[in-house]
Design a protein around this ligand. Structure first.
Ligand code: NAP
Length: 251
């Protein structure tokens, strides 16, 4: 028997923006599948907190850059909960700050595999469960892009920015492709948000260094991004697809 409450998969939900989305989605009545790649303990902690609050959560390890692992992730949710109503393509990576002239192809391919191929294959699996053609009830996909798609991240990680540009174009194309399947596809573009991601670039204090360049004069919180993401799942967003929300403090 399918679960009575709606079901959502959130990739990379063990910390940061993904964890904030999981907590808010659970409060809004979704059973949430918390995906992570490497570190299980923080993912379990997010699920434990949701359950302690009366919500429903499961934790599933999968590297979104690996097709077979993505297939297993969605199969597990279908097997245990029998339905899928939403996907947040949140998992994303960057690597150490450097100029393009110092990048090698292996690094660029790692970024693209997680930030572009990952969301695409996750969306593919979601469509196969959500489209009425395949026996589903329709649904919503939200891609977590970045203001970097507009700004380009010169001198830091142009490869990452370009991957988010690709994710934006994917959002537009997919939204039109699956609109008749009752699936809406949108994206948010966060700016400088306080998470552990900046440490991957080699500068944990990056948001504080740059905050004076932000019109609102401060970095954002994962919860502020989650609020925008979850708006796309609301009834108020029922006529919105192929659209973007900037969560970047005016930048
Ligand atoms: P974060 O704190 O570094 O968290 C990243 C999450 O993604 C972790 O749960 C990590 O799990 C998971 N992950 C990484 N690679 C994965 C993979 N291949 N498969 C599955 N899970 C994977 O990052 P964040 O700042 O919350 O960023 C979330 C999203 O927001 C990303 O797409 C990022 O590009 C975007 N964004 C962030 C900012 C910002 O300022 N923070 C700004 C704009 C956009 P493990 O630890 O287990 O690997």
């Amino acid at each position: 028997m399918p679960l009575e409450q709606p079901v959502m998969i959130i990739t990379g939900a063990s910390r940061g923006i993904g964890a904030a989305c999981a907590r808010l989605a659970a409060r809004r009545g979704y059973a949430v599948c918390i995906n992570y790649r490497e570190r299980e303990a923080p993912a379990q902690a997010v699920a434990d907190a949701i359950r302690a609050d009366g919500g429903t959560a499961m934790v599933v390890q999968a590297d979104v850059a690996d097709d077979a692992q993505v297939i297993a992730l969605f199969a597990r949710v279908q097997q245990e909960w029998g339905r899928l109503d939403g996907l947040i393509n949140n998992a994303g990576v960057l690597e150490r700050q450097m100029r393009v002239e110092d990048m090698d192809a292996a690094r660029v391919n790692r970024i693209l595999a997680t930030n572009v191929t990952g969301p695409l294959v996750c969306a593919r699996e979601a469509i196969r469960l959500m489209a009425p053609r395949h026996g589903g009830q329709g649904g919503v996909i939200v891609n977590v892009s970045s203001a970097a798609a507009r700004l380009g991240s010169a001198g830091e990680y142009v490869d990452y920015a370009a991957s988010k540009g690709a994710l934006d174009t994917f959002t537009i194309g997919l939204s039109r492709e699956v609109a008749a399947d009752q699936i809406r596809v949108n994206a948010v573009r966060p700016g400088f948000i306080y998470t552990e991601m900046h440490a991957l670039g080699g500068e944990p204090g990056r948001v504080d260094r740059l905050k004076d360049s932000i019109p609102l004069q401060r970095g954002g919180t994962p919860e502020e991004v989650a609020g925008a993401v979850m708006w796309f799942f609301s009834d108020e967003a029922g006529y919105t697809t192929g659209s973007f929300i900037e969560v970047s403090g005016g930048r």
